[in-house]
Design a protein around this ligand. Structure first.
Ligand code: SAM
Length: 295
């Protein structure tokens, strides 16, 4: 697909380049923030699974003001290296590791985070069949992992926002989140395509159960559950509010828009190319025909 055809098909992809965002996902966070006022009084913030960094860019642009005496501390974590961003402390690390939680906290001078955001998704290899399989296996695991590290770094009363995939077992996830947060809302920003099962969970007022001790290996990550959780009835069944975010006059992410009425359209280069994308090896092998089954 040519650049112009993607620009035409995806208005947010084009807009991201026009406004200097590293990825179109920036609009998802901006639209969620519009609805929930996420950034009010935030002094310590964590961006989990942050690369290439468009959510961190939003945090940097919204939270850090010129000449601020005591600017907020923002820590971004990813397995991948990320190009530097103003005011963002970067950790190249794995969010499943206790040591990463400790590293985050070490930047907060004994304080805990007011806001933790996570746009995590399993890494892609570029081998589509394998990616599809891995994603199916890991999608449900990402949130419990992100929640695990969040319970180490979030202050009581704090907010946690994370990408979710509303699959058939989502009720179990809602139930887990309701144990830790007073308010749990499922939010679909307009920049997230309707054709995708992606949504975002906004969890407000962190109140861990009394005597809860954060632990990276705790049973939140229990793969042994089965779909009967989705059949729970009465007070055992947790249904959270569902909210659409983003002004109704904003672009519809499923619609195609004309490029330019006056024919002045110029394709734009990506704002920040990946430093070392995980799919680099796969692409190289594909080009040299090394992926051929007979090799
Ligand atoms: N929010 C980012 C932005 O706006 O630019 C996009 C995030 S991207 C969809 C998902 C990221 O999750 C990838 O960069 C990947 O490296 C990261 N990731 C996946 N598993 C991880 C883990 N265990 N620890 C840290 N990062 C992880």
């Amino acid at each position: 697909m040519g650049k112009s055809s993607k620009d035409k098909r995806d208005r947010y992809y084009r807009l991201a380049k026009e406004q200097g965002w590293r990825a179109r996902s920036a609009f998802k966070l901006l639209q969620i923030e519009e609805e929930f006022n996420l950034f009010e009084n935030v002094k310590h913030c964590v961006d989990l699974c942050a690369a290439p960094g468009s959510w961190s860019q939003v945090l940097s642009r919204k939270l850090i003001k010129e000449g601020q005496e005591d600017p907020p501390k923002i820590v971004a974590v990813d397995l991948q290296a990320m190009a530097p961003l103003k005011g963002i402390i970067q950790i190249q690390g794995d969010i499943t590791k206790q040591s990463t939680a400790e590293q985050i906290i070490s930047h907060f001078d004994g304080k805990y985070a007011d806001l933790v955001i996570c746009d995590g998704a399993p890494d892609v290899t570029g081998l589509h069949d394998m990616d599809e399989y891995i994603q199916a296996q890991l999608l449900l695991a990402v949130i419990p992992i992100a929640l695990n590290i969040t319970t180490h770094v979030l202050r009581p009363g704090g907010t946690f926002v994370a990408k979710i995939f509303r699959g058939k077992d989502i009720t179990l996830l809602y139930a887990q989140l309701k144990i830790f947060f007073k308010h749990v809302t499922c939010c679909k920003p307009r920049s997230s395509r309707n054709s995708s099962i992606e949504s975002f969970i906004v969890c407000q007022d962190y109140q861990p159960p009394k005597d809860y001790v954060p632990n990276m290996s705790n049973p939140l990550l229990d793969f042994s559950y089965n779909s009967t959780y989705n059949n729970l009835e009465g007070s055992n069944r947790v249904i959270v509010p569902f909210l659409a975010a983003g002004d109704l006059s904003s672009f519809d992410s499923d619609q195609t828009y004309p490029l330019d009425k006056n024919n002045n359209y110029q394709p734009l280069e990506p704002v920040q190319s990946p430093i070392s994308p995980p799919y680099k090896t796969a692409i190289k092998k594909k080009r040299t025909n090394e992926l051929n089954k007979n090799n």
